[in-house]
Design a protein. Sequence first.
Length: 451
Amino acid sequence: MQVSVIETPQLGDRSYLIHDGAVALVIDPQRDTDRVVAAAADAGVRITHVAETHVHNDYVTGGLGLAAETGAAYLVNAADTVQFERQRITDGEVILVGALSVKAVATPGHTHTHLSYIVTHDGEQAVFSGGSLLYGSVGRTDLVHADDTVKLTHDQYASVRRLVNEAETEAPLYPTHGFGSFCSSGPASGASASTIGEQLDSNHALTDPDEEHFVRELIANLTAYPSYYAHMSPSNAAGPGPADLAVPESLDAAELSRRLAEGEWVVDLRHRVAFASSHLQGTVSFEYGDGSSFTTFLGWVLPWNDQLTLVGSREDVENAIRDLSRIGIDSPAAALGTDPAQLAPDVPVTSYPQVGWEEMLATRPEDEKVLDVRRVDEYNASHVPGAVNVPLHELLGRLGEVPAGRLWIHCGSGYRAGVAASLLERAGRDVVHINAMFGDAEASGVELVHG
C-alpha cells in the first residue's frame, strides 16, 4: 500500500491518494483536483474511488468533481443529506479497491455522520481519520450547531476509542485536519506523522480517563473560527462545481479607479511592508506571501460574496485565485502589477508608518491608544496595559467601538495588524502598524498584563 499526501497548508488540511500500484482511492480531496490527478499520474495509477470522511465545514470539496472527471465511485455516508448521486456507504461496510480493503467506521463527533476509514493491504493497515482522531487531539465539536456541541464532544470521546480498538497499534494515522486548521481543537501537536500506538500514549482524548473532564476541558478551550465556515457545509451538501483557476484579463486603470471610487473591495497582495510604504487609497492589505494566513483571514474578514479585485503580480494573483476557490470565493477580478502609481494614475497613493516594539515605546504619546486585533483568548492570556481589544474578524462590524485618535495596531505576528491598519485607514483613521512579533514585546521592554 502506497500513500501520497496532498497538503494544503493554507487551510491546515491534507488529502490522500492510496493505491496498490494499479488503482487508487482518494480521501477528502480539495476543490483544486488537478493536484490529485497529477499525483495519480506520477504514481501511474487509476483513481477508481473517491471517499469523504464527512461533509466538510472548512473547505469546498473536490470529491464530486474528481469522481465525475475520473469516472470513480463517490463514497459518501448514506446518512448524509446531499443533493447529488453518490455511492452510499455505512458503518462497518467494506469496499474493495483493487487489492485494498477499505472499512468504514462511524466516528461521530466532528459531525454527526463522520466516518473514518481503515485501509488494509497485504496484512498492513492505515487509518484515515478525517476530523476525528488528530495528532495530539481531536476535531472540534462546535461546528454543527451550538445545541449539539456537548453531545458531539461526548461522541468524539467514544468514537476515537472505538477507532483505536478496531485498528492495529502500529498502523499509521492520516487525519485530514490538524495542521493549523481551525477544525482542530485542544492541544493538537505539530507532528507531521504518527501511529495509533503513539496516539494511545499521548493524545488527551485517549489518555484522559474521565469523560466529563475531557468534555468540559475541550469545550472550554474552543476558540473563534472563521465565519465563512457557515457556507462550506451547505455548498458541499449541494454538490459544488469545479474550480475555475484561470487568471482573468487585467483591469485597465479606468476600471480599477472606478472600483475604488465606488468602495469595492480591492485587495493588495504585496508584502505588508511594501503596502504600508505605498498603496492606492482605498485598497486593503492581505499579504499573499504568508499563504497560510491569506485565505483564512480574507474569507473571515471581508463580507461574503462581495465583488473582489486582486492586485499583485501574476504569480500571486494566480495562487490567490486557487486558494480562494477552496473556500468558495470564485471569479475575482484582477489588476496585474506591483507599482500602485502605474496601476491607477488617477488614484492617490498613500502610506502609513510601521514600527517595532522599541520604536513604539520611544515615540507613542500616552494619549494615543494601542489596538490589539488578536482573538479574545490571546488577549486574555497577556496584553499591553490599556490596549483595546477588537479582534480582526470583528473589526468591520465594530468600527464604531474603535477609540478616536491615532491608533497603534498590533497582533501576534504583524499580519493581522497589517490587515487591520489597512481597513482602518480605508475608513479614514490615522494608523501606525506595529509590525512585530508579540512574543518579542516583553524582551523589547514592553510591560504586559498576564492572565
